[in-house]
Design a protein around this ligand. Structure first.
Ligand code: SF4
Ligand code: SF4
Length: 240
């Protein structure tokens, strides 16, 4: 693929504006996590926020990978808005991103959830309590893992793993190797610690966990990053 061509074809996004909107949206969504956790024991139906997010994430993955994790997930928003400012943001350990560990967690947590629901499947309040409990446990683990990086949990999250498997190859970020200076400002701004620069030679950031957010594009001093033009995406893919 001609990367200079990429820069011109796709340079119409306003990452700063998109970032502002994303942050605003996250400030609205983050309190939902706190509300569900704080009140779910008393109002178990609040727990149904969990399957709603799961479903949104899975449907969204067919369109644009982990976009929902980066923009619409209340827990992701909670990590970005409240944990990120106090987390040391060290690199997420590579072993936490390994497929065997992640898929073990998918089957373990999904299995546990189904088993718990099966204990009283006719009671919607019971379902709500199970969802709430799963939310409390996994969010607590996520907060603790914030001592490494604010989104360490998101590298492991079963729904994130499923989304990456479904749509991780869709709408991948493009990097122009002709103008990238390897300053790594993009990597420092990335909410989920994606190693962007290692994909420089390839011209495409082939990282299924990328959240499709505007943060790296916003900070790149030379405009080396951008999204593919969806209307022309099939054409550019043919040229790769
Ligand atoms: S911020 Fe831009 S120039 Fe710097 S490493 Fe990332 S892509 Fe390259
Ligand atoms: S690589 Fe860029 S688009 Fe992907 S999650 Fe990181 S900052 Fe967002």
């Amino acid at each position: 693929m001609n990367n200079t061509e990429n820069a011109t074809v796709i340079g119409h996004y306003d990452a700063k504006q998109l970032s502002k909107l994303r942050i605003l949206l996250q400030w609205v969504l983050a309190p939902i996590t706190i509300l569900v956790i704080a009140l779910g024991w008393k109002y178990p139906l609040l727990g149904f926020a969990v399957p709603l997010v799961i479903l949104t994430g899975i449907i969204g993955a067919f369109i644009n990978g982990r976009y929902v994790c980066g923009h619409l997930c209340p827990r992701g928003a909670f990590f970005d808005r409240t944990i990120a400012p106090i987390s040391p943001s060290k690199p997420i350990p590579a072993f936490l991103r390994t497929k065997p560990l992640r898929w073990t967690l998918v089957f373990l947590l999904m299995g546990l959830m189904i088993y718990q629901i099966a204990q009283n499947p006719r009671d919607a309040y019971h379902w709500g309590r199970v969802f709430w409990l799963m939310c409390v446990i996994t969010t607590s683990v996520g907060v603790i893992l914030g001592v490494i990086h604010p989104r360490t949990w998101c590298a492991l999250c079963p729904i994130g793993t499923i989304q990456a498997a479904i749509g991780g190859g869709k709408g991948e970020l493009l990097i122009n190797p002709d103008i990238c200076r390897e300053c790594k400002a993009c990597e420092n701004a990335c909410p989920i610690n994606i190693p962007i620069v290692k994909h420089k030679a390839e011209g495409v950031v082939r990282e299924p966990d990328c959240l499709r957010c505007p943060e790296c594009i916003k900070v790149c001093p030379v405009g080396a990053l951008n999204w593919p033009d969806f209307s022309k995406q099939s054409g550019t893919e043919e040229n790769t």
